[in-house]
Design a protein around this ligand. Sequence first.
Ligand SMILES: Nc1ncnc2c1ncn2[C@@H]1O[C@H](COP(=O)(O)OS(=O)(=O)O)[C@@H](OP(=O)(O)O)[C@H]1O
Ligand SMILES: Nc1ncnc2c1ncn2[C@@H]1O[C@H](COP(=O)(O)OP(=O)(O)O)[C@@H](O)[C@H]1O
Length: 312
Amino acid sequence: MTGIPSLQLNLCTPADFYFSEPLYGKSGQLKLSALNCKRRNSGVSGIEVKQSILAPIKAMDSSKTTSPINGNAGSFREKQQSGCNSGDDLLTNERDDCSGKSMPQMSSVGNSTNIVWHKCTVEKSDRQQLLGQKGCVIWITGLSGSGKSTLACALSRGLHARGKLTYVLDGDNVRHGLNSDLCFKAEDRAENIRRIGEVSKLFADAGVICIASLISPYRKERDACRALLPEGDFIEVFMDVPLQVCEMRDPKGLYNLARAGKIKGFTGVDDPYEPPLNSEIVLHQQGGVCDSPTNLAEIVISYLERKGYLEA
Ligand SMILES: Nc1ncnc2c1ncn2[C@@H]1O[C@H](COP(=O)(O)OS(=O)(=O)O)[C@@H](OP(=O)(O)O)[C@H]1O
Ligand SMILES: Nc1ncnc2c1ncn2[C@@H]1O[C@H](COP(=O)(O)OP(=O)(O)O)[C@@H](O)[C@H]1O
């Protein structure tokens, strides 16, 4: 987790919802920029990486190198300012150490060997500038029926109305295409989460406010998705709605089928859900009444506003 101290805010709304989120004071902000800076310089993003600068022929011999996710050859502006590269060099993905030698950065990631990160001179910051916002991932997790998809849509609508670009990755929907090869056994759920985490990361890199809405029952996999992004850019929203409430809602009749033994391994019934321990935002429902989706969305939007995600 962020390691930022947590502030619990209990809102006395007529309904029974309240939310809590970590303190976002000065120390949190300072930490954020320091970490971002470190990551940018190292080019490391979440997975264990080793890197080396090798001539291509050498790299063919060794498939053991692993890579940074983002090339670390410096930004377009940094290079312009340092005078290190000619304009032409900026259009290649080669690393230039100013000594005249220019070598591609050869890497291996997982089963992909001898690959080279192709860096583009239009960067995330440029895209954010264009959009007037900061790319990030809002990760909504909770039981089936807890209101994830409803919140995702309300949030997308609320942000769209403010002129902000969002995209919703709903677990159900992504399983209609990209993840249609996956079922609900543990390893497939883990792969579902991993892929949505990777896609979310691309959207955030595009400058988009990506809203991922999936049960994502495992803490370890959610935390792995968090680790893909720069500190602060993964905002976990926990729909803390009791199983009984979700079961009462049962809009698709799935709990009914699960209780009747017609669906095996249904989350909350005979499959685990590991609640987050340190979500940025927790939306609780403690009684029978709940706050409206629009109000819940507003809680998330004010968080984004306070953290500066709604400006470039
Ligand atoms: N066995 C089992 N367990 C839980 N859910 C099931 C299951 N089988 C089908 N469904 C339906 O699939 C939706 C959950 O998909 P996700 O991709 O969000 O799940 S997961 O993150 O991979 O656990 C979920 O949608 P939501 O109700 O929107 O959560 C269900 O409609
Ligand atoms: N804030 C809310 N208050 C009351 N009912 C809600 C709220 N959010 C969602 N619901 C209802 O709960 C059911 C499940 O919502 P849904 O968004 O499909 O949940 P999930 O995506 O987590 O399965 C739906 O019938 C929806 O209308």
